[in-house]
Design a protein around this ligand. Structure first.
Ligand code: PLP
Length: 439
């Protein structure tokens, strides 16, 4: 039998850090990452044959649980007809229509056009280019601790892996590029107003996670998302609302749908980005939005964007099948599992005397250790929390067969396959983990 340790050593000899995406390396929690051989429903199984209850969910896509049989069958059927053609296929319009139709509240449909790409990084990178192309301006506003993928202009003061490893920015991003990204504290509308008052004529747009979930979970304060749209529009700038992580995970209609559930006049971002759940585990993402902006894309307009594998038949099949299956009952199950799990975590930590706050945005959640007066609202507060308690907590869970995200700065993901029995099994592992966090 090959062990995780052997594979990690072998991988590290040829792949930097032994992984193809940094947070997978267990860098902030220590130890050897598990090399996964297979996954099914709520569990993953490593190369040593050990099964874990999975709370990573491929970092978001696995809304229905792993290897959902209909999704697997659809991808297999598509594969048998050919892997990639580099030509349009019927399913692209179907998946685009499915995505666009879901993002609807009170007759408002912000997604009038949609283009598929292969990763969330490409989607946000294209959105930035579109905002610049549409306005003829250079500056972009983003928020501290929010992550939008790894394109140069969006890596400044970003969350996810950069937060995990405590990096303010990435080497290799030029000073000129960084200078075109203005970083503001999240949830601070006054800061947005001030920067637009000073430099509004030069700002192409704002990019914001629909609800921040890459510095742990930090929900937007009421009025924040709508407020930044008002401010940007008053200065002729645009807003990209990044739902790569939240889209079709926190509700059938994403975070936008949750925030606008009862709104008579839903706010309307100019562009939205999607990824993760829209492929159900296949590599696909999308940028969508107002026709007037989206039609600037080549071949209709002057903003260039392309992709060899964009809209490839396997990813489209995975996406269509996933979204068709992701109905109201799926979200009820995911919400119920998340709520039960949060309760169990809170009880275990309270019983062990560990001060904490469970941060939520819909079914997404994370744990901020330490005393906090109320919900944490920005990156500075998250960084000031007792993140060192996370590593022992994480390892005590892992030792008992529960795989939480290997970083305090990542959201926990549950799926429709996380039923009451799975939640009970996690709950049984929590007292030992809470005791470890208490030390
Ligand atoms: N935007 C958000 C909000 C994300 O959470 C992520 C990835 O975690 C991305 C963009 C980038 O997506 P990808 O990793 O597919 O490039």
């Amino acid at each position: 039998m090959t062990t995780n340790a052997e594979l990690f050593e072998r991988s590290a000899r040829i792949i930097p850090g032994g992984v193809d995406s940094p947070v997978r390396a267990f860098g902030s929690v220590g130890g050897v990452p598990r090399f996964i051989a297979s996954a099914s429903g709520a569990t993953v199984t490593d190369v040593e044959g050990r099964q874990y209850i999975d709370l990573v969910g491929s970092w978001g896509p696995a809304l229905l649980g792993h290897a959902e049989p209909h999704v697997v069958a659809a991808v297999q059927e598509a594969a048998a007809r050919g892997l990639s053609f580099g030509a349009p296929i019927e399913g692209e319009a179907e998946l685009a229509e499915l995505v666009a139709a879901r993002v609807e509240r009170a007759g408002v449909r912000p997604v009038e056009r949609l283009r598929f790409v292969s990763t969330g990084t490409e989607a946000t990178m294209t959105a930035i280019r579109l905002m610049r192309g549409a306005t003829g301006r250079d500056l972009i506003v983003k928020f501290s601790g929010l992550y939008h993928g790894h394109s140069d202009s969006l890596l400044v003061d970003a969350g996810s892996g950069l937060a995990t490893f405590g990096l303010p920015a990435s080497a290799g991003v030029t000073a000129a590029t960084s200078a075109q990204t203005i970083v503001l504290p999240y949830n601070d509308l006054d800061a947005v107003r001030r920067v637009f008052d000073e430099r509004g004529d030069d700002i192409a747009g704002i990019i914001v996670e629909a609800a921040a979930a890459n510095m742990g979970v930090v929900a937007p304060l009421p009025g924040f998302n709508a407020g930044i749209i008002d401010i940007a529009h008053a200065h002729g700038a645009l807003v990209t609302y990044d739902e790569v992580l939240t889209g079709f995970r926190v509700s059938e209609c994403g975070w936008w749908g949750l925030e606008n559930a009862d709104a008579a006049e839903p706010y309307r971002p100019d562009l939205m980005t999607f990824g993760k759940v829209i492929g159900g585990g296949m590599p696909i993402a999308a940028v969508g939005g107002r026709a007037g902006v989206m039609d600037l894309l080549a071949p209709v307009g002057p903003v260039y964007q392309a992709g060899t594998l964009s809209g490839n038949p396997l990813a489209i099949a995975g996406g269509i099948t996933t979204l068709r299956l992701a109905d109201a009952t799926v979200y009820e199950r995911v919400d119920a599992a998340s709520a039960a799990l949060r309760d169990a975590i809170g009880e275990a930590l309270d019983a062990a005397g560990v001060a904490h706050r469970i941060q939520t945005a819909g079914s997404l959640f994370s744990i901020a250790f330490g005393e906090h007066d109320g919900p944490l609202t920005d990156y500075a507060q998250v960084r000031a929390s007792e993140t060192w308690r996370y590593a022992p907590f994480f390892h005590a869970l892992l030792d008992q067969g529960v795989a939480a995200p290997p970083s305090a700065y990542e959201a926990w993901f549950v799926s429709a396959a996380h039923d009451a029995e799975i939640v009970d099994r996690i709950a049984a592992a929590l007292p030992r983990a809470a005791a470890a966090a208490a030390e």
